[in-house]
Write a protein that binds this ligand. Structure first.
Ligand SMILES: *Cc1c(COP(=O)(O)O)cnc(C)c1O
Length: 244
C-alpha cells in the first residue's frame, strides 16, 4: 500500500504540474479541473487517489463503475462522472448513481436521464459529446445537429446542461491537436450567445493532449493513463452501443 500511495502521489503531482504549466502559459491559472479516469482500475486505487485529495472520477463501463461506486460508498464528497457510450437500458442506473454525464449525444437518452433522475437528487450535470474531427470516435453529435439538441435539452428540468465534450482523433503535432479543441470552444460560445445559456464546461484533453486542450479553453481534462498507468488494450475501447 505504501508503494502504491507513493507511486500515485508522484503521478498526480506530475499531472498537476503539467496542468499548472499549461494554465500559466495562457494566463488561465486555476481554471482547469482534473477528472481522474479510473476505468479498468480497481476500487482500491480510487480510494488511494481520494486520500490524496482527488474527488472527481470518470468511468466508461457501467457495470464496472457500479461495483466501485458501491464499494466506495463510505467516502464522502466523491463525485462520479459517466464518460462512456450510453445504451438506453442503462440510463436508469446512470441517472441514479452519477453526478455528471459527459457522453450524451441524442435526445432520447437525455429525456430518459431526465425522467429517471431521482427527485431527491440535484439536477444531473450534462455535457454533450460532439464528434468534432469526424474520425476519432463513432460517438458524438455533429456540429450542424448540435444547436437543435441543445435547445431541446436546455429545457429539461432534471438536467443541468453544463457544456460540451469531445474525443478528437489522436494527433501527435500540437498545432493539429489544437484545431478540434478550438472548434469545440467556438461552438460553446456561439451556443451560449444564440440561446442565452451559461454553459461553463469544456470537457476536453486527455493524457496525450491536455496542454493543447488547456490552451484552447478546456475547463476539465479527463486523465487516465498518466495517473493510473496504462490499461490492457482489450479494455481500452468503449464497447459498441448496440441499442442506437
Ligand atoms: C479512457 C478515456 C479517457 C482517458 O484517456 P487517457 O489517454 O488514458 O488519459 C478520457 N476520456 C474518455 C472519454 C475516455 O474513455
Amino acid at each position: 500500500m505504501y508503494n502504491l500511495m507513493t507511486l500515485l502521489k508522484n503521478r498526480f503531482q506530475r499531472v498537476y504540474d503539467r496542468i499548472h504549466q499549461a494554465e500559466q502559459a495562457c494566463n488561465r491559472n486555476g481554471q482547469v479541473q482534473l477528472l481522474a479516469v479510473s476505468k479498468t482500475k480497481p476500487a482500491s486505487m480510487v480510494r488511494e487517489a481520494w486520500h490524496l485529495g482527488q474527488k472527481h472520477f470518470g468511468e466508461s463501463y457501467l457495470q464496472e463503475a457500479l461495483g466501485k461506486i458501491n464499494e466506495l460508498n463510505d467516502l464522502s464528497d466523491i463525485h462520479w462522472h459517466f464518460i462512456g457510450p450510453i445504451q438506453s437500458n442503462k440510463t436508469r442506473d446512470i441517472s441514479t448513481h452519477f453526478d455528471w454525464v459527459h457522453s450524451v449525444d441524442r435526445l432520447k437518452i437525455a429525456q430518459r436521464l431526465n425522467d429517471q433522475r431521482p427527485q431527491e437528487l440535484s439536477p444531473l450535470n450534462i455535457c454533450l459529446q460532439v464528434n468534432i474531427s469526424g474520425e476519432g470516435t463513432k460517438s458524438g453529435i455533429s456540429l450542424s445537429e448540435l444547436p437543435s439538441l441543445v435547445q431541446s435539452i436546455a429545457s429539461l428540468p432534471n438536467l443541468k446542461l453544463r457544456g460540451l465534450m469531445a474525443i478528437p482523433a489522436p494527433e501527435a503535432d500540437p498545432d493539429c491537436q489544437r484545431e478540434p479543441f478550438r472548434a469545440l470552444a467556438n461552438a460553446l460560445h456561439t451556443l451560449n450567445d444564440e440561446f442565452s445559456l451559461a454553459m461553463d464546461t469544456l470537457s476536453m484533453g486527455m493524457t496525450d493532449d491536455l496542454e493543447s486542450a488547456i490552451q484552447e479553453g478546456s475547463t476539465m481534462v479527463r486523465i487516465g493513463t498518466a495517473l493510473f498507468g496504462s490499461r490492457l488494450s482489450s479494455q481500452q475501447e468503449p464497447q459498441m452501443d448496440n441499442n442506437k
